[in-house]
Write a protein that binds this ligand. Sequence first.
Ligand code: NI
Ligand code: MN
Length: 233
Amino acid sequence: MRIVYHGHSFVEIIERRGSVLIDPFISGNSLCDVSYDTIIKKNITAIILTHGHSDHVGDSVAIAQVCNCPVIATFELAEYLHREQDVEHVEAIGIGGRLVFDTFSVKYVPAWHGGGITSFDHGYTTVAAGVMIGIGDITIYHAGDTALFGDMKLFGELYRIDVAFLPIGDRFTMGVEDAALAASWIKAKVVVPIHYNTWPVIKADPEDFVRAVAHHAVATDAVVMHAGDEMTL
Ligand code: NI
Ligand code: MN
């Protein structure tokens, strides 16, 4: 299995059947290395959304319509995408719930963040989430947008996380220091910083994060991935 980082919070997991896209933000993502045209030529098995903000929903609607793949999202966001945006196949899920597919599973876990849908000039609200993805023996945690919160310690007890994607850009999410504390609590083998430097308001130095993780979470490796970088597990 391979994981490709595409900038901001867009992570692609390439598993046996195809690509699972998490928060596929392409149009307007200044860091994204891949074009919409390239993405829709792939075999997309599913899109997983952490929440309804436009920098996470991104190009999901168009990709889902063209590739005919399911969009997995919290209940209200899934309903909205189905009813208002003509996404044919949605899988609604609640925080704490797990969905099992042929080649992967996804469990939605809490995140502390705003829940509005900002992509489509619509006032609907949803709950923001993080996701725990299981593929074979591998567990991948994508925190979405979130503050640091104490239940991340539970994640460290309940899951054996191989790779965690943690926001470090501050302002709307954890900053570098809080994300390094999160790394120490979730006890992942590898943490990758996301959600920074897309715009000046979330400017952060990922090397500061690497140093902070070395200080707070000695058993964890912080790996800086640039857009287009791959990791093989
Ligand atoms: Ni957000
Ligand atoms: Mn965001």
